[in-house]
Design a protein. Structure first.
Length: 304
């Protein structure tokens, strides 16, 4: 039993089953004498419902996850190239993909007995938006080991909570500041200060506007993306408003039909009551006539 195997197993379970299964796997690792593995398993976080649903999507609908990754890569490429037209087209495509994959996630969860609430669906949609914008989120989604939903605000990497692969355990990133300090500490105390003034004078003066231009280009790209998002959202809103208006019209029609049907029901009920009373009177009269006929037959002299 390895950590990767346990991670794959646990993050494929419904959230309610996660903790008991984690406890059991940690116990098995301790019984086998692997305290390090037992401790690592015990630190695994239970996924939220949204994270579990996304992990389920990764396992059972990998083609949808692949579609998200492809659109995300195309968007990032368009941003790098500052292609406003392509960004607008892809932003519309992005919203379509997010809506479709969110519905797919809800269907898969329902198939496993878990109905996703509106708030959870919003978290799923936000995570898919983050995966479109941030490669690291897309990788976490593809791995199917998310522990919480991801968010993306448009600045820097998205906030992602996922279980790292077992191969990353024990890896360290060396501090550049520490290395620099250690290098200076090894220098002789009698070292003289290097003469850098003349070299600095030979270098061209930095352009103070270059960084501003770069920032402006990035902001213009974000503006185009935001405009495209507004256009897509407006289109979705207009479509939803049209659907709502159609449904309101249908409801009004059904209400009118219901009112007419209720009036007809009352009229028919009154008619049925009247005819039932008439039937009872006719039956009573028939019974009386038949009794008189029987009486007359009995009085009739045989042979006459």
């Amino acid at each position: 039993m390895t950590l990767d195997q346990v991670v794959t197993e646990l993050y494929g379970l419904p959230p309610a089953e996660f903790v008991p299964a984690r406890t059991e796997r940690a116990r098995q690792a301790r019984d086998a004498g692997d305290k390090v593995l037992a401790a690592a398993i015990g630190k695994l976080r239970r996924p939220t419902v949204a994270a579990w649903a996304l992990n389920l999507l990764s396992r059972e609908a990998s083609e949808d996850v692949r579609a998200v990754a492809e659109v995300g890569e195309a968007l990032r490429d368009a941003q790098r190239r500052l292609s406003a037209d392509k960004l607008r087209a892809l932003t519309t495509r992005r919203q379509q993909v997010v809506n479709a994959v969110t519905r797919k996630t809800a269907e898969l969860a329902a198939g496993h007995g878990q109905r996703l609430t509106e708030s959870v669906l919003r978290e799923v949609g936000a995570s898919l938006q983050a995966a479109l914008a941030d490669q690291s989120v897309a990788d976490g989604l593809r791995a199917g080991t998310l522990t919480a939903a991801a968010t993306y605000e448009g600045f820097g990497p998205a906030a992602l909570t996922a279980v790292p692969g077992a191969g990353h355990r024990g890896s360290r990133t060396r501090s550049t500041t520490t290395d620099s300090t250690e290098d200076h500490a090894e220098e002789p105390a009698t070292r003289t200060k290097p003469r850098t003034e003349s070299k600095a004078a030979d270098k061209p003066a930095p352009d103070p506007q270059a960084e501003i231009r770069r920032e402006l280009e990035q902001m213009l790209t974000e503006v185009e993306s935001a405009r495209a998002a507004v256009t897509s959202a407006r289109s979705d809103h207009d479509a939803a408003a049209a659907d709502l208006a159609e449904l309101v019209g249908r409801v009004e029609t059904l209400r009118a039909e219901l009112t007419e049907a209720e009036q007809r029901r009352r009229f028919t009920a009154a008619t049925e009551r009247t005819t039932r009373e008439a039937l009872q009177r006719a039956q009573k009269h028939l019974d009386g006539v038949e009794r008189r006929v029987d009486g007359a037959r009995k009085r009739l002299t045989p042979g006459v």
